[in-house]
Unconditional design. Structure first.
Length: 249
């Protein structure tokens, strides 16, 4: 067992299911102290069972700007500082352009981009020097997949932050990088509000676009986040790791 994150104080948003939960599990295995956020009571209970009593599990809405300041303060005070952050909480709302309204548009941007921006702002007083921030973006920021217009725009904005905030924060010892997954087998796809038949049709349509011929696994994304959060990536700044089975080729 490696301990690449030994003693590091870490925060993972959206860490009670899917990629976030698996990343939290790997962080703990690598020696980190971990705080995770979520909103679903069932997922929070599952995370407690998976991560054990030492993990700090907080119910926080990623879209609530005021809550981001409280989250930063709570974790910072509990840990005495923060060494690594995985900004992972997000929503994939896929609709044709005709089906969008302002409320849905705002919700996607609030969760995927606005909340993360103000969380990072709130974390600044608590971040160590050096520190690592990893943003979970998406291959959809690069490809023109139908129905992904709003989702892709939010992730493109988040990806842009990996570069601009790197330029702004590197002098403080804060590295900002991004992972951009392709389709991954997680509960995220079950939240699209589709029937089982339509969900299967959507999955098959997406799968046809992946040269590797399969969906990714949460563990494959988590391994990349562990690397970017660790001191092994100390010279990796403003980078994007695309983990998509070739979907963006």
């Amino acid at each position: 067992m490696t301990t690449r994150l030994q003693g590091k104080r870490t925060l993972i948003t959206g860490g009670t299911s899917g990629i976030g939960l698996e990343t939290a599990r790997q962080f703990i295995a690598e020696g980190a102290r971990v705080a995770v956020t979520g909103t679903n009571p069932e997922s929070i209970a599952q995370a407690r069972a998976v991560l054990g009593p030492d993990a700090l599990i907080l119910r926080v809405d990623a879209a609530d700007i005021d809550a981001q300041a409280g989250l930063a303060r709570t974790v910072g005070e509990a840990f005495g500082g923060i060494d690594a952050v995985f900004v992972n909480a997000g929503v994939a709302d896929l609709r044709p352009i005709e089906a969008w309204d302002a409320a849905g548009f705002d919700r996607s941007f609030d969760i995927n981009l606005r909340g993360p921006f103000f969380l990072i702002q709130a974390l600044l007083p608590w971040l160590a020097k050096p520190a690592s921030i990893v943003l979970n973006t998406s291959i959809n920021a690069h490809i023109g997949m139908p129905t992904s217009s709003v989702y892709a725009a939010t992730k493109a904005g988040l990806l842009s932050l990996a570069r601009t905030l790197s330029g702004e924060l590197v002098g403080r010892g804060i590295r900002v990088n991004a992972v951009s997954p392709g389709p991954v087998t997680t509960p995220l796809y079950g939240k699209l509000g589709l029937s089982a038949a339509d969900l299967d049709k959507t999955a098959q349509s997406i799968l046809a676009q992946v040269p590797a011929g399969r969906f990714g696994q949460a563990s494959e994304i988590a391994k990349a986040v562990v690397f970017l959060a660790s001191d092994e990536a100390s010279f990796t700044v403003g980078a994007e790791l695309i983990i998509d089975g070739g979907m963006g080729l």
